[in-house]
Design a protein around this ligand. Structure first.
Ligand code: BES
Ligand code: ZN
Ligand code: ZN
Length: 501
């Protein structure tokens, strides 16, 4: 998508459609409609009366301008009450406008930059929200659809217009940043949505390598012999049932910069999770191609951090494997020795994510990080607890968790903390190894996190269970069903708040 800003007025702007955001408060509503009356005369009153448009949230009316202004279509977008305006409302309104414009076969959409923003919303935040809503709402995974008629029309250009030169300059700057973030989020979506015969450990590593080469960050990929040499027992055990070899991907931005804090991101990269010998039910199993959404978020975030030149030493670690059931597959009852020497008893081969993350979390210590954040589509239990609207957050790093909470509110990739009370620990106690990989029926998201906690080093750690938020069963205002790309916007926002030492 092309993102531009223009110093222009509603009358002059050249686009296929133009959107005007209208609050429901009487005086503002009257003022906006008054403006439109200059061009549309009494027709505007007829239209809003006929459509019963009141400026409420989710209302949207489109009509033909018939030469009254340069743009052929205008969209009136209801914003709700002014005092309650949030960034998320701007994202959703832009998304609604873009969707309607696309239905009109518009290729370019202009949005008139509103004058009175919500409380505490800066112009750059506003510009970013409008562009994110537009861009992310137009995402479709259609690369395998070969018939033109089956491809949906999309808006290909957003033009934010204002008649104020300094606001236009602000837009230009923020749109550059927004492009990078949206491209990274859509890369994460593409990786998740791609079929498992396209994305498997080797191809995932190749994509990470390509991104690193394109944007100037470092990529190191371990093959199976190296993983064996490093004694990553969890990754090797999960991989044992698969014909495709595993990979361990190490990404690094600002590797040589001693002055920056080190933050390590760890992403679960199970490119297909059949469950292993503890095989999953057939219904909906194809969704498990997205069990590498944590890895996708890490690759997207690394790419964005490098392009935005964020002042942080950022490391991305991705253990990548399929979880299948070949003749040499890991079995319930197996005991694994992980990197660092701790052992785990496999009670259920479908609880594989924690086995591969254990190696990576133990290995993360070697970077002496100021914080480690892992992202994983780890448990169905987290989806039961929080559904599709909040990522489960657990960990030991209280400051990092507070910062992530704030970043989550801003980006609307919200996180919700679950407790790691020690009383839950006995559920994963093993009689024959250091820990058992499942903890029974209750509090499954928590016992999974407590398993991970056994393997962390001396660093503040946060675990994000994105099982519900990364894999959407239904569409959301600016995300179709399927891979949501969750984590990229959240982490970029969080990383912006990490200060140099
Ligand atoms: N990848 C799944 C978790 C998952 C489930 C992600 C639904 C997204 C949507 C994970 O590997 C898994 O299978 N977990 C098991 C753990 C159980 C065996 C303790 C689960 O949640 O059922
Ligand atoms: Zn599983
Ligand atoms: Zn899994």
């Amino acid at each position: 998508m092309k993102l531009t800003s223009q110093r222009s007025t509603l009358r002059q702007v050249k686009a296929d459609a133009v959107a005007v955001l209208i609050p429901e408060n009487k005086s503002s509503f009257e003022k906006e409609i008054g403006n439109l009356r200059k061009y549309f005369k009494r027709r505007i009153d007829k239209i809003i009366e006929m459509e019963q448009f009141k400026g409420k949230k989710a209302e949207i009316v489109g009509f033909f301008t018939d030469g009254a202004i340069a743009t052929p279509r205008i969209l009136l977008v209801g914003m709700g009450e002014e005092q309650k305006l949030t960034l998320e409302q701007y994202r959703r309104s832009a998304a609604a406008a873009a969707k309607m414009a696309a239905e009109f076969h518009a290729k370019s959409l202009a949005i008139l930059l509103p004058v009175g923003t919500g409380k505490g919303i800066s112009d750059s935040q506003l510009g970013m929200a409008l562009a994110e809503g537009t861009w992310l709402s137009q995402y479709v995974f259609d690369k395998y659809i070969t018939t033109k008629e089956d491809k949906k029309d999309k808006v290909k250009e957003l033009i934010i217009i204002t008649d104020d030169a300094s606001r236009e300059k602000t837009m230009r700057k923020v749109l550059h940043e927004t492009r990078i973030i949206c491209e990274a989020a859509c890369l994460a979506r593409d990786l998740a949505n791609a079929p498992p015969n396209e994305i498997y450990p080797e191809s995932l590593a190749a994509i990470a390598r390509r991104s690193a080469a394109a944007y100037g960050y470092r990529a190191l990929v371990w093959d199976k012999p190296r993983i064996e040499q490093m004694k990553f027992g969890g990754l090797l055990a999960v991989n044992a049932g698969s014909n495709r070899p595993p990979r361990f991907i190490i990404l690094e931005h600002n590797a040589a910069q001693k002055k920056f804090k080190t933050v390590v991101l760890v992403g679960k990269g199970v490119t297909f999770d059949a469950g292993g010998i503890s095989i999953k039910a057939a219904g909906g199993m194809s969704e498990m191609k997205m069990d590498m959404s944590g890895a996708a978020a890490v690759i997207g975030t690394m790419e964005a951090a490098a392009r935005l030149e964020l002042p942080v030493h950022l490391v991305g670690l991705i253990p990548a494997t399929e979880n299948l059931l070949g003749g040499s597959a890991m079995k319930p009852g197996d005991i694994i020795t992980h990197f660092g020497g701790k052992t785990s008893e496999v009670d259920n081969t479908d609880a594989e994510g924690r086995l591969i993350l254990a190696d990576a979390l133990a290995y993360a210590s070697t970077f002496k990080p100021a914080a480690v954040i892992d992202l994983a589509t780890l448990t169905g239990a987290c989806v039961v607890a929080l559904g599709q609207h909040a990522t489960g957050m657990m960990g030991t790093g209280d400051t990092v968790m507070a910062d992530l909470k704030e970043a989550g509110e801003k980006t609307f990739e919200r996180v919700w903390q679950l407790p790691l009370f020690e009383e839950y620990e006995k559920q994963i106690k093993s009689d024959i190894a250091d820990v058992k990989n499942v903890g029974g029926r209750w509090a499954g998201a928590i016992t999974a996190a407590l398993f991970l906690k056994k393997f962390i080093g001396e660093y503040p750690w946060v675990h994000l269970d994105i099982a519900g938020t990364a894999i959407l069963e239904e569409s959301q205002p600016y995300a179709p069903k399927g891979g949501s790309g969750v984590g990229v916007r959240l982490l970029v926002e969080y990383l912006k708040s990490v200060k140099a030492e």
